[in-house]
Design a protein around this ligand. Structure first.
Ligand code: R5P
Length: 292
């Protein structure tokens, strides 16, 4: 693997613990002004310093992210559909590698819709994107998209979709957590991160995070379950304490409640573990360098 490619992957998946906390804010590319993501600038300003990388579109990046921020960018380069359109799977590549380079991205990301009407188009596009991105040492994150069927896909489907993406040369694959998730991870030769999916209660989202990592995922690419939380900063810190720390789901939820100023009525004896050597300092500095 070329130095540039390795270096960019290291900005996304921390070599210190082989873990990744990617914050997803790219939803507007097909959902428009998603609830709680209406004011992108504000959301990103408060959360960017707590993640390892930011998944975003070029329009949102140029309009809503301070270029002084050190946060590595995972640029969504696919699109062409909207939630009110006919078929979400008819995506194409919408951003050139030249523009991705101009934006100094750490990776490019696109969706593949395996098993859909437009699977051929999206899988071939993934192959083409890998061809182009490899030339410049840019890693490709493949998103195994499920259209409107979130929650209905099982390990058999997701392992097929992840494997297809990896075989096309994706360097990292993003998918959804499911039962028997080990099957998905074990049959995918590249690192897997999980999306959070639709908003669920914080303790469930933290359990999802913990269970996915325990099954072998290297991290999360989480959006709605962070910024649609009542306390997004507390939530991303709680997720961080699992991804880069040693907290289990319960400890992370205790931390979430403490940071939100909520009484811990779950288990009075449960203490969150916030003494983690890998924990990045929270100095409220958006220019904070990513963990190397
Ligand atoms: C789809 O809209 C995007 O690829 C999101 O980045 C992805 O679904 C992760 O976000 P969430 O955790 O909200 O599912």
């Amino acid at each position: 693997m070329d130095w540039g490619l390795k270096n960019r992957i290291a900005r996304i998946i921390s070599p210190a613990d082989n873990r990744a906390l990617m914050l997803a804010v790219d939803h507007g590319y097909f959902l428009g002004p998603t609830e709680k993501l209406e004011d992108l600038k504000k959301t990103i300003a408060s959360l960017a310093k707590h993640c390892d990388s930011l998944m975003i579109t070029r329009g949102a990046l140029r309009t809503s992210v301070n270029p002084d921020y050190a946060v590595p960018i995972v640029l969504r380069v696919s699109g062409g559909t909207s939630i009110i359109g006919e078929d979400l799977s008819q995506e194409d590549i919408t951003v050139s590698i030249k523009d991705a380079l101009r934006l100094n991205v750490a990776a490019v990301a696109m969706s593949v819709f395996v098993g859909s009407k437009y699977e051929y188009q999206t899988i071939v596009n993934l192959g083409k994107l890998v061809n182009e991105a490899e030339e410049y040492g840019i890693p490709v994150l493949a998103v195994t998209a499920v259209g409107k069927e979130i929650g209905t896909k099982d390990a058999r489907y997701l392992s097929l979709a992840c494997r297809v993406a990896a075989e096309q040369g994706a360097h990292i694959v993003k998918t959804y957590y499911c039962e028997n998730f080990e099957k998905v991870v074990n049959s995918c030769p590249v690192p897997i991160i999980i999306a959070g999916g639709k908003k669920i209660p914080e303790n469930d989202a933290l359990k999802l995070t913990y269970d996915a990592l325990k099954a072998g995922a290297v991290g999360v690419d989480m959006g709605r379950n962070i910024w649609q939380s009542d306390n997004p900063v507390a939530m991303i810190k709680a997720v961080h304490s699992i991804v880069h720390g040693s907290n289990n789901a319960e400890q992370a939820f205790t931390l979430y409640k403490q940071l939100s100023g909520k009484p811990n009525n779950n288990n009075p004896n449960q203490k969150p573990n916030n003494n983690n050597p890998n924990q990045k300092p929270n100095n409220n500095n958006p220019n904070q360098k990513p963990q190397q």
